[in-house]
Design a protein around this ligand. Sequence first.
Ligand code: PHE
Length: 531
Amino acid sequence: MGFTRRDFLTRVGQVGGYSAAFASMQVLGLMPMKGEQWKAIEAPPNSGKGTKVVVLGGGIGGLVSAYELRKLGYDVTVLEARSRPGGRVWTGRNGDKIEFADGTTQTIAWKDGNYQNIGAGRIPSIHWTILKYCRELNVQLEVEVNTTRSSLLQNDNANGGVPITQRRVEADTRGHISELLAKCVLQGALDQDLSPEDKNRMFAFLNSYGDLDRANKYVGGSHGLGRSGWKIPPAAGKQVGVVEPPLDMKTLLDANFWANLLFTEEFPQQATMMQCVGGNDRIPYAFAKSLGNVVQYSSPVTSFKRIAKGVSVTYTQGGKEKNIEAAYCIVALPFEILKKIPNDLSAPYQAAVNGSTPSGYYKIAWESRRFWEQDYNIYGGLSFLSQGPSPLWYPSANLMAPTGVFVAGYMEEQGTPFFDMTMEQKFAESRKSVEKLHPGHGAELTNPIYFSWRRMKWNEASWIHNWGGGRTGYNTLIEADGPYYFAGDTVSNINAWMEGAALSAKRVVQMISDKVKTASIATPTKSTFDS
Ligand code: PHE
């Protein structure tokens, strides 16, 4: 009598509970491995009692660290420079002030209900950990439309610069490739690779994949499917649908649309993507609400150093210098900011941080009538240009509202002429992009805002480009440096996503828990806020 897989799983479930059975199913290959699963931190309840931890930075890395430490009974303080939680997970709304490090400020003047996710904009369905927190903290999610065939692709050097719908590029490209491949098969070029039966299956596949006709030619919508869109749409009465004629292969090759067409093929960009109802900063605000006065705002860190019982951190609050001591310190600061704070990290850590390089992605957002919905039937998704600010990223929320805020330009600007332009010039370039895709509508755009995390006070980078020493630097940073532990997307392999920050935070909480268990360190240190 065999011991079946079901017996085994039942047994595992009985001993280890649901999550053990779930994990075993994955290892056995009974469930698709879609991403790093949620894992609970393994530590006895209340094992953090009497241990003080100070967390530097109230972005997702810092907030998740504090949230998990608190669950285990640790005494936690988060020091956050800004008057709000979330770091780059921020949503701009009417009245919000954007402050650059050089003192430049912009104030958002958009209608109530219009907003823009300035940083984190989308959540992949495979990001189990951040989604688990959304569930736990009751943060409502909705679909973020990451792609639509109605959106546009444009290149000054192809099709006379006239934008083409994604559906047309997609259908025509597949049609032409299928026709070419069918020709190869017909001419016997693939006889070595395909048996006669396989050839027949291949023709059947190409016919449907590429929408070929009986003669294996792509003539565009030969099956009446209208894949590439209608030249004349079907309607009532005698009006039958006529499909757009195919774009020729040369135009498609010239246009080099592929990278943009294929970006949602990348695993983390695939449907279903999500966003928070009302703006993605609902996530940090939910953590912050649960943490209460654990998070100390307007409290920028000015220095930190080791002391006998752990660390001593100085910071300012309300114009006064203050000090806090703790057994452990989680450093969850942007590296560009950390570089400027006097500290006693050991040499390899200094090298990894100080040698790191920042990325400089910007976003420009405009408020306007929803012409993309009303005049183009584009609902969410992104349109791309091959020159100038790109993409246009249309809002997924509040479809059918009269006005909305959308992005026109979300790119790396360092090392490009765009970087040195004045803000007015940048807006002009962005407007030009809108005009190329939606002629006549550039004039409708109002209230632009230029968000540049590279310039933003308290960040000075959109995310990290490289660690000092590359992979070696990274491998240093993921280990503790005495009492210091590093968290944030910067110290994860899921850079520039909330998930990376959350996973790195959970990992350091596990590391601290393991340390506390074995070392039983630490007389509790009195926090300055207790006094
Ligand atoms: N997560 C961000 C985004 O989806 C930044 C990013 C872009 C990260 C592309 C990786 C790849 O826009």
